[in-house]
Design a protein around this ligand. Structure first.
Ligand code: COA
Length: 166
């Protein structure tokens, strides 16, 4: 069975933690340094999915096969914008089109927002290329707090939801 796009459910918690641990280790170890990565993983271990996942009005989706979650995306719609985060494809499954599939499917389930916006670390060039490929343009620069007292520079990137649905 090909991987399936679906809403995240509570039973996915352990698989999501595994996906994020592996994706963060591959992405943020090299780019943010070992001590920041270890602090992020400790936070993930302690808080589990609550560190990333849906509070009120926030919606999480994944691409999954029967046995494994290959990718995740979380967004919240506020004042015409869908704010996207938690967009991760497992390192072993990258460059197979799953990230693109996730993004297009997310656009399909956005209810009212006209724009989709994401904050991408400047130290994540692959993700920047990925979003540019999907028509995102840079609208600003921000310093974001990754953890208590750990900050990083990010590009604010956005595109229209309509263009992702086309
Ligand atoms: C960014 C990410 C979600 C993309 O997922 P993916 O499934 O690998 O993406 P796709 O296979 O759909 O790639 C689509 C296109 O994006 C671009 N792209 C994706 N990964 C790339 C990379 N490592 N280097 C250069 N271009 C890349 C390419 O143009 C690619 O098309 P191609 O494979 O035909 O050349 C995934 O690489 C990831 O999880 N990265 C680590 C975490 C991260 O930085 N997430 C973003 C947080 S905002």
């Amino acid at each position: 069975m090909p991987p399936n796009f679906r809403a995240i459910v509570p039973d996915d918690a352990a698989d999501l933690v595994r996906l994020w641990r592996d994706a963060w280790t591959a992405t943020y170890g090299p780019s943010l340094g070992q001590s920041t990565l270890l602090a992020m993983l400790k936070n993930l271990e302690q808080k589990g999915t609550a560190s990333m996942l849906p509070g009120s009005g926030e919606r999480g989706y994944c691409i999954a096969s029967d046995h494994e979650i290959h990718g995740s995306a979380i967004f919240a719609e506020r004042r015409g914008f869908a704010y996207l985060w938690g967009m991760y494809v497992h390192p072993g499954q990258q460059r197979k089109g799953l990230g693109s599939q996730l993004l297009h499917k997310v656009a399909g389930v956005i209810e009212t927002a006209e724009k989709i916006e994401v904050r991408v670390l400047v130290t994540s060039p692959a993700a920047i290329v990925f979003y540019r490929k999907h028509g995102f343009t840079t609208t600003g620069n921000e310093t974001i707090e990754i953890l208590d007292s750990v900050e990083a520079s990010a590009l604010v990137m956005s595109t229209s939801v309509e263009s992702l649905r086309a």
